[in-house]
Design a protein around this ligand. Sequence first.
Ligand SMILES: [Zn+2]
Length: 110
Amino acid sequence: MHELAITESVVQAVTERLPGATIRCVYLEIGALSGVVPDSVRFCFDLVTEGTGLAGAKLEISQPNARCQCGECGAEFEPDGPIPMCACGSPVVSVLSGRELRITAVEVAS
Ligand SMILES: [Zn+2]
């Protein structure tokens, strides 16, 4: 499962950065074109965090809108599906943003 590996690497990144800390909340940004399903990450998060400093932590996921640029007509647009296509009909599109998956903030219990 794709999301399990992703969730594991997120949890690993947090525990490496904040060893021994009790984490209250992890804020994740998952781009609309990253192919990552937020609900699956939420599900995996509870499994992966068991027994770590992140056990019981909340997971806040935001999904910023993606931006694409058409390779044919140069128009910038927001894709409406997982396979971006320009309004001019061209599938030759470069993704400007929307594939990112990053930890934006971590809340530590004091
Ligand atoms: Zn176009």
